[in-house]
Every structure is written in C-alpha cells, then in structure tokens.
Design a binder for this molecule. Structure first.
Ligand SMILES: C[S@@+](CC[C@H](N)C(=O)[O-])C[C@H]1O[C@@H](n2cnc3c(N)ncnc32)[C@H](O)[C@@H]1O
Length: 339
C-alpha cells in the first residue's frame, strides 16, 4: 500500500483544496486569548491587536474567533458529507482589564453548529498538571483564587448524516480497532495521554504547543478508514501527518510558517521506527489483554490471536516501510504488519 502526504505553507482560511477533498479533519488551532498566540492573531485577526492594547478582552476574543471562523468555513467546504472534524482546543484564563475565563470550546462549538455540523460527544483530555506557573489568583486567600485549567477538549463534529459503506467493505473492516482499545479511546475522559508543556521558547514543538502523537493517532483510527485523507489546517510541527503516516491514511497539512513546514524533513525520518513500535505495541497489548481470558470466541484472520467480536476479525495493521520525499510532500510505502 502507498499513501500520499501533502504539506503546504499557506493559510487555513484559503485551503488549497477542491470541495469534498478530505474525509477527516484533525487539528488544534491557535487558542484565542492564550498569550503565546497573540502574534499569530495580530497577523490574521483584524482588530485583535488593537483590542488587546486597549485592554478589551471581549473584543479581542471576538476578533480572534472571527478569524478562526474563516478557517472553519473552509473545513466545511473541503470535508466530504458525513466526514468528521476533531478540534483540540482549551479555554483561556487571562487578566486584561480584569481576570476572567474565555470560553474557546463553546465558541468553536457554536461556529461549527452555525455551519451545519452535528456536534458529537466530545473528549476531555486531562493534561498532567505542570507547574506552579498555572497557579492563578490570590494564593491561599478566599475568595479570589482560581481553579487551574488542566484539561483541553477534543471537540467532535460531523458534516451532516453519517457516511455509508458497502456491507463488509474491506477497507473499513481492516481498519477496525480492538474491543479494549475502543473502551479506552471512546471514553469521554482521556487521562492516559501525556501532554506537552505550553509556551516556552525552546524547540518548535514548544513554540507550537504541539499535541502528543497519541492524540491524532487515536483520532485518525477512531474516525477514518484506509483510503481516507486527513487534513490538518493548523499543522504546526506536523504531528497529525506523522499519525496519518503511521495509521496508513493519506494526509494534507497547511501551516502559516514555512520554517515549520521545512523543519518536518527532520521529523519524518522517525516514521518507519514509530510505526513499527506502534503496531507491534498494539498487537502485544492485545495479546496480553486476551491471555487467560475465555470470552474471546473469534479467531483473527491475519493474526494468530483471539478477539471478542466479529467486527475485529479482519483487523490488518500496516507498518511504514519507507518514506520518499516528492514535490509538495511525501509518499509512504506500507507493508502488512507481521503477526
Ligand atoms: C496549536 S498549533 C498546532 C500544533 C500542532 N498540532 C502540532 O502538533 O505541532 C497552531 C498552528 O497553527 C498555525 N497557524 C496559525 N494561524 C494559521 C493560519 N491562518 N493558517 C495556517 N496556519 C496557522 C500556527 O503557526 C501554529 O503552528
């Protein structure tokens, strides 16, 4: 199998894609009213900089979301009917004229609903509490100390009625996940995914507040099948592309900073090792899970392992064998993961 991955230096508000070009969107935009993104919104959101300078938080918040709305309208245009959009976003707490919370999750949800998307149950991703720097308000003195924001959300939206597949469609059944993975991945609270610290001036992953690989990898497996194409319009360091490559889906990423796009050349070399580790890990975890259990009545077709449901029988994992740079991106060759 071969997959194709386009990476474009461009603007999420003008996606270089025709209508109905992707089956899944997995992304994390710059978060309005989080200070590290003021520069980005200063360049893309008219009025945001002036509102911040005036200490008018509500106006800055509105201007920043107006800019994101243009990107969400593009997502609606390029996503196939029934395609899913997953948006990782957190609220922001900030003092301008006074301390308050800015509800990014609600505002992004409202934008997608206004575009005709159906909201689906979302996930709260509990990040590890990082440091006393997140300690907000007046210490130990009531009533003016504030709760620390230690979680973000994965908002999930579907573009109208769900997609339909031919009965028994091979690319869907091969892309199934294990029963115990389903129980973990489709929980509405993720406590088992490690976060990456926000802010800081060190490497590109800190500069973009990159999400951990496990976040897009899960989402790609949860909401797409083999043969699908995954879009990340706020691509950053390309974690979504790494996940799509590892999960053997096509992808396209759009990022405003050309240096981040160029920097991916150094990261893409990880893919063959990463995909071997991830697929071997999934099979080993499943073998460990079923060991000694007697409620797994079905045998897998491609692996010498029992499974609990008929839907898991034809699971086929793929490993990335080689990555080839091509004009505007990469192609990846995949081989079936050995039993
Ligand atoms: C939260 S970061 C994404 C991090 C990414 N998930 C990762 O793992 O590296 C948001 C990214 O969107 C980019 N960005 C901001 N505005 C944009 C726009 N209008 N079009 C394209 N990219 C944009 C920023 O430069 C930043 O890299």
């Amino acid at each position: 199998m071969e997959t194709r991955h386009a990476v474009v230096a461009g603007d999420a508000r003008r996606l270089p894609l025709p209508d109905d070009a992707v089956e899944l969107v997995v992304t994390s935009p710059p978060y309005p009213m989080v200070e590290m993104w003021d520069e980005a919104f200063g360049a893309t959101a008219s009025g945001a900089r002036a509102a911040l300078d005036d200490g008018d938080g509500e106006a800055a918040f509105a201007a920043m979301h107006d800019a994101l709305d243009e990107a969400w309208a593009e997502v609606a245009r390029v996503l196939v009917p029934g395609g899913v959009a997953c948006v990782v976003v957190g609220d922001a707490a900030r003092t301008l004229d006074r301390f308050r919370l800015y509800r990014n999750r609600d505002r992004v949800g409202a934008a997608f609903e206004a575009l005709g998307f159906d909201p689906l149950p979302d996930v709260v991703w509990r990040k590890p509490a990082n440091s006393a720097a997140t300690f907000m308000g007046s210490g130990m003195l009531p009533p003016n100390a504030y709760v620390t924001l230690e979680h973000e959300s994965v908002l999930v939206f579907r573009n109208g009625a769900r997609r339909s597949f031919d009965p028994g469609a091979e690319r869907r059944y091969e892309a199934a996940y294990f029963w115990e993975e389903r129980n973990r991945w489709f929980s509405d609270v993720w406590t088992d995914v490690r976060g990456v610290a926000q802010g800081g001036a060190a490497g590109p992953r800190e500069r973009t507040a990159a999400y951990p690989f496990a976040v897009p990898y899960r989402l790609v497996n949860m909401y797409s099948v083999y043969g699908d194409r995954v879009l990340d319009p706020f691509w950053g360091t390309g974690t979504t592309t790494l996940a799509a490559m590892t999960a053997a889906r096509d992808s396209v990423g759009v990022e405003r900073h050309p240096d981040l796009v160029a920097g991916f050349a150094g990261r893409v070399g990880e893919v063959t090792r990463l995909s071997r580790e991830v697929t071997a890990g999934r099979l080993a975890d499943h073998a460990e899970f079923v060991a000694g259990r007697d409620d797994h009545a079905y045998e897998m077709v491609n692996y010498d392992l029992p499974v609990r449901t008929k839907q898991e029988r034809r699971i086929q994992l793929y490993e990335a064998d080689s990555v080839q740079p091509v004009a505007g991106g990469y192609t990846v060759r995949h081989a079936p993961a050995a039993p």
